[in-house]
Design a protein around this ligand. Structure first.
Ligand code: GUN
Ligand code: ZN
Length: 443
């Protein structure tokens, strides 16, 4: 298979920028060599230019910045059409907009159409991997996986489990949820680049029997993901305490059913205490911080200092449609401000790590995505420092990598994404007609 190469500014990471001042690896004149969907090498152009095979095609984009594809660790694809729906907080928002919208996924054609638009939108924003909530209907997960497989994306998704405290039309049962999840794991987990996530929506919408069944599945399938919500909103936290008396905390319910472990990802994690954070760190469960959602729904402020002190793994997420943007750049923008309000200075360099290698490592996918290191899957984004007139003016005056990344994070969105590549194939081009980029077939 022929090699392709990209001459551009390159950014990748070899660690957490909060721990090491050399964690960000930046090459102002870099070369990324790709073959067979994988990175062959990346580094300084001067050192690598003689390495690529005769006949290799080099794309010159020296005015652009290539970074690993973004990873969104918590997003609801069925909520695409209800993004930006106003409500006075989480619980009314769920009842007024979310549940009626998710009902529409009874219809496989609606699910397919939404999945296609959703994936287009992710790629337009440079997101190449996401942890995706579907609805309670198993065909909603089939639709998302089929769309992702057609474009050869590495995606993690799961059918929502919900057997109480929601409308009758969205309920499964402990047994049917178990059976449907097991069937979907059999059909999709590790098929090409697709991976499954057990998805109990949150403790209030599952009976103890359902959480128990989910724990059994988690033990039977040690390498599947688990995703849920925890401690997002004060009314929710009070409700959970009433529903599950006798547990030390909200998080402790998931712990009790064996749902805290590596590859378990919990959205929000705002109202945790020190003991909860210590358990997250000890088990390797990941806190998925969703700043645009937390601000939009008025949920609260994630505590980066407490997370850091406890050693709790953290990653970033949009949480669309509670979140207000598909863009991980816009998510960084709000993450910076949430941290600021809590007296924590979250650098842009660390936010880019959190959205790429940091997320991949937290999800136990560090050998596959989130990096430009040799051997990894060639998922990357080409960012345009002149993506908007304002970005162009600001970036002309940047004096450091941190300033450049900060400007992308604060001012950037899908207009800053010039191209997106998945497994070495271009899957999005800015300004190309939606649908004009042909779906690729797995290599
Ligand atoms: N908690 C339970 N379900 C949801 C959801 O769909 N979005 C958010 N933000 N929180 C939830
Ligand atoms: Zn959510």
């Amino acid at each position: 298979m022929t090699q392709t190469a990209y001459r551009a500014q390159l950014l990748t990471f070899n660690g957490d920028p909060a721990q090491s001042s050399n964690a960000a690896v930046f090459n102002e004149d870099g070369l990324l060599i790709v073959e067979n969907g994988h990175v062959v090498a990346s580094g300084p152009y001067a050192a690598l230019s003689k390495q690529f095979a005769p006949g290799a095609h080099v794309t010159e984009m020296r005015d652009k910045l290539i970074v690993p594809g973004f990873i969104d660790t918590h997003i609801h694809y069925p909520q695409t059409d209800m993004i930006a729906s106003p409500a006075p907080g989480l619980l009314p928002w769920l009842n007024t907009y979310t549940f009626p919208t998710e009902r529409r996924f009874e219809d496989p054609a609606y699910a397919r159409d939404t999945a296609s638009f959703f994936v287009d939108e992710l790629l337009a924003c440079g997101t190449t991997t996401a942890l995706v909530y579907c609805t309670v209907h198993k065909q909603s997960a089939d639709a998302l996986f089929a769309e992702s497989e057609a474009r050869n994306l590495r995606m993690v998704a799961g059918k929502v489990l919900m057997d109480r405290n929601c409308p009758e039309f969205l309920r499964d049962t402990a047994q049917s949820g178990y059976d449907d999840s097991a069937e979907l794991i059999g059909r999709w987990h590790n098929r090409g680049r697709q991976m499954y996530a057990l998805t109990p929506r949150f403790a209030p919408t599952s009976t103890e029997a359902q959480l128990e069944a989910c724990g059994v599945l988690a033990r039977e399938h040690q390498d599947v993901f688990i995703q849920s919500h925890v401690a997002e909103n004060t009314d929710e936290v009070k409700w959970v305490a009433d529903l599950f008396p006798g547990h030390r905390s909200y998080l402790d319910i998931y712990d009790h059913y064996g749902l805290l472990r590596r590859r378990a990802v919990y959205g929000h994690c705002i109202y945790l205490d020190g003991e909860d954070r210590r358990r997250m760190a000890e088990t390797g469960a990941v806190a998925s911080h969703c700043p645009t959602s937390n601000l939009f729904l008025g949920s609260g402020l994630f505590d980066f200092d407490a997370a850091g002190e406890a050693g709790m793994p953290v990653a970033l997420a949009t949480d669309v449609g509670g979140g207000t943007s598909f863009s991980m750049l816009q998510t960084m923008n709000e993450a910076h401000k949430v941290a600021r309000l809590n007296g924590h200075h979250l650098t842009a360099t660390r936010m880019f790590w959190l959205a790429t290698a940091g997320a991949a490592e937290a999800l136990d996918l560090g050998d596959k995505v989130g990096t430009l290191a040799a051997g990894s899957e060639a998922d990357f984004v080409v960012l345009d420092p002149a993506g908007t007139p304002l970005l162009a003016r600001r970036n002309a005056r940047c004096e450091s990598l941190e300033e450049l990344l900060f400007s992308f994070a604060l001012l950037g969105d899908d207009r800053a994404v010039f191209e997106t590549y998945s497994a070495g194939v271009r899957v999005h081009q800015r300004y190309a007609q939606r649908g004009a980029v042909a779906p690729c077939v797995a290599a």
